[in-house]
Ligand binder design. Structure first.
Ligand SMILES: [Zn+2]
Length: 224
């Protein structure tokens, strides 16, 4: 069975048995698709400065309609890096609206802004699923997101057993998680191997669960 890397900035090797969702960041052009490679497109909070926000939004609005763009994002809020929070928030809300209009899920970047993101889900009440990418919070934080209906994509932080993300990953319900390599050079295979150990299941069972979750969120993944 093929691996699914739910969020990455690196194209998988063709020899790798991996489907991947590549995170394209506005204003970069929407790249071509290849079998097993899907795209998300959005305004990343780190890369707003120096650009005209309206132009960035125009890129997202256009890309959102492409078939090969299967999700909006990564979009979100970052209290450590990026422009003032009100600027980030305005662009995030507009991308929430785009996700609703094109009926594609939203992949979220949240750094020290989990409460704001939770609040926005409650106030905006979107129909599309929201996925927190690179979730690395402790189990209590995870519980809040699960209760609010979010999905959580876990990254290489789970490779460190003392990390709170590893404990959250051990506890996350089978139908609510994904795995991703993001910006790191960790291999998706190594991540699945470790993840299977943490959850005390086989790699195959893990692949099946992630495949189910991925295809539920993004039916286009079925056609691979
Ligand atoms: Zn990313």
């Amino acid at each position: 069975m093929r691996y699914l890397d739910f969020h990455t900035h690196t194209w998988p090797e063709e020899s790798q048995d991996t489907d991947a969702i590549i995170s394209c960041v506005a204003p970069e052009p929407v790249c071509d698709q290849r079998t097993g490679v899907f795209l998300s497109y959005g305004i990343h909070p780190w890369y707003i400065q120096g650009h005209d926000p309206e132009k960035l939004l125009g890129h997202v609005r256009e890309a959102a309609h492409f078939t090969r763009v299967v999700a909006i994002g990564e979009a979100g809020l970052d209290k450590v890096k990026g422009p003032p929070l009100d600027v980030q928030k305005r662009l995030f809300c507009q991308q929430i609206e785009i996700s609703e209009i094109v009926k594609k899920p939203l992949i979220i970047h949240s750094v020290k802004a989990n409460n704001e993101v939770l609040k926005l889900r409650k106030t905006m009440n979107p129909a599309q699923p929201w996925i927190i990418h690179g979730f690395s919070g402790h189990p209590q934080e995870m519980e809040q997101f699960l209760e609010a209906g979010f999905y959580l994509s876990f990254g290489p932080k789970i490779l460190y057993p003392s990390n709170k993300a590893a404990e959250s990953f051990r506890q996350v319900p089978e139908d609510r998680f994904l795995l991703e390599t993001d910006h790191t050079n960790k291999s998706i295979e190594a991540l699945y191997d470790k993840a299977a150990v943490i959850r005390e299941i086989s790699v195959k069972a893990l692949q099946e669960a992630i495949r189910r979750n991925g295809e539920k969120l993004i039916p286009a993944l079925k056609r691979g």
